[in-house]
Design a protein around this ligand. Structure first.
Ligand SMILES: Nc1nc2c(ncn2[C@@H]2O[C@H](COP(=O)(O)OP(=O)(O)OP(=O)(O)O)[C@@H](O)[C@H]2O)c(=O)[nH]1
Ligand SMILES: [Mg+2]
Length: 415
């Protein structure tokens, strides 16, 4: 089917924000009128839509399409589509895609003239698709088409996301220089440092070869910068079950890589943007308010013990601090992290959370004193400024460690 269309956003100067991918029922309700073309009589939902983003891939496209079609005809016969999304390549890849679509009925071709970029090309392709499962594969044959079969098997077994990985059994890179391996691993480590909960979920977060269930990303506002669409899917999607399949990244035989230093900067930009968006701000604010209430409790109890009961300074300070910790724990358990505590029922689990909270607060105190000392004694900062910085840093630390340790959801027995 030839559906070579110009982007509908011709009049806009900047790149438009991308609307979320729709659910299949929503598309069906509209009578399958799918962006960017009008629906036709042959439109019907399919099992798989595989997107091939292209920019100057004329010399690779025919072979790729031919190999993919042969495979998919066996794996999901008559139930898939291949969508080439080309960004108006100077080598006229879009034209070849149009011509191929006349021979291969399962092939569709989209030509974008006003928008550029790998990730947005993939999302536009998914938006224009009608598959229950959405996938992506590079056009340059560096992703071996045969791996599509294993990815499909993972999805068929129930995975929400199936990722082709260079870093699991059967995976690797063919002929990379030491510098390139270093850069690739460095980028992964950077991702782990900034977004451990996202990047750490798969062995190859840089992979651009994967399949995902539409329902896991439908309705989510995907807004990636640059190349790494998988990180966006992992960060914003509802992904529970992940399957990984090893593959060897092949050398390019035809055409040229489009990767430059710009992509590395975009990657960093993307990570930071996701970090900010995914930061649980509302939860953090609640945690901060609870912390503030603890200060008052601490002071009040301290006053009572000292002035009312005449306790010694150390004893009064320790007990008032512990009462404040208990106060904070109760509020956090009932309010800040209520959704998580509800999933960890029973007194034993409650008490375990309380012990962990105590431990984190104690460690926070040690951290607080160390930071004040470091800033005041070593760096010569004003002691009140040093104290303020320490409080701010320790609040973040306390919040994060408590979220990840004390109220950790993996402690839950769901069944
Ligand atoms: N539509 C579209 N596709 C792109 C764009 N940039 C790259 N691609 C395609 O995305 C795929 C991956 O791009 P490559 O340049 O090969 O990047 P890579 O495989 O990560 O890196 P190399 O190993 O250096 O080739 C290829 O199919 C490209 O044609 C773009 O701006 N728009
Ligand atoms: Mg490539």
């Amino acid at each position: 089917m030839v559906v070579s269309v110009l982007s509908q956003t011709r009049t806009r100067m900047s790149q438009p924000k991308i609307a979320p991918i729709e659910t299949l029922p929503a598309i069906l309700n509209r009578g399958l009128r799918i962006y960017p073309h009008e629906g036709t009589a042959s439109d019907r939902p399919l099992k798989l839509s595989l997107i091939v983003p292209t920019y100057n891939e004329r010399r690779n496209l025919h072979q790729l399409v031919d190999r993919l079609m042969q495979l998919l005809d066996r794996v999901v016969p008559n139930d898939y589509e291949l969508i080439v999304v080309d960004d108006d390549s100077p080598d006229r890849t879009w034209e070849l895609a149009d011509i191929l679509a006349e021979t291969y009925p399962q092939l569709r071709s989209i030509r974008r003239c006003d928008e550029r970029g790998l990730s947005t090309a993939v999302i536009r392709g998914w938006q224009a698709s009608r598959g229950e499962i959405l996938g992506v594969i590079d056009a340059d044959l560096q992703h071996p088409p045969e791996v599509v079969t294993s990815l499909w098997l993972e999805i068929d077994r129930g995975a929400d996301l199936a990722v082709a990985s260079r870093h699991v059994e059967g995976g690797g890179v063919s002929d990379w220089s030491l510098a390139r391996r270093f850069l690739s691993r460095g980028a992964q480590l950077l991702g782990l440092a900034i977004l451990p909960g996202v990047v750490g979920r798969v062995s190859d977060p840089m992979s651009g070869f994967f399949m995902v269930r539409r329902e896991a990303i439908a309705g989510k506002a995907l807004d990636p910068v640059g190349y790494k669409i998988l990180i966006e899917v992992l960060g914003r999607g509802d992904i529970r079950w992940i399957g990984e399949v090893g593959y060897v990244f092949q050398e390019r035989n035809e055409g040229e890589s489009k990767v430059t230093w710009k992509q590395y900067l975009e990657y960093l930009h993307h990570l930071l943007r996701l970090r900010v968006t995914l930061f649980p701000l509302a939860r953090f604010l609640r945690f901060g308010m609870v912390g503030l209430s603890g200060v008052f409790v601490d002071m009040a109890v301290f006053y009572l013990l000292r002035d009312g009961l005449g306790w010694g300074l150390t004893r009064a300070a320790i007990l008032s601090a512990e009462v404040a910790i208990f106060n904070n724990f109760l509020w956090n358990d009932r309010w800040t992290f209520a959704d998580l505590s509800r999933r960890q029922r029973g007194w034993r689990k409650w008490f375990k959370r309380f012990l962990k909270f105590n431990f984190v607060c104690l460690a926070g105190l040690v951290l607080n004193v160390s930071i004040v000392n470091l800033l005041f004694n070593l760096l010569g900062a004003n002691e009140y400024v040093a104290k303020l910085i320490a409080i701010a840093l320790v609040t973040f630390w306390n919040f994060w460690v408590n979220l990840k340790l004390s109220w950790r959801v993996t402690d839950v027995s769901d069944g």
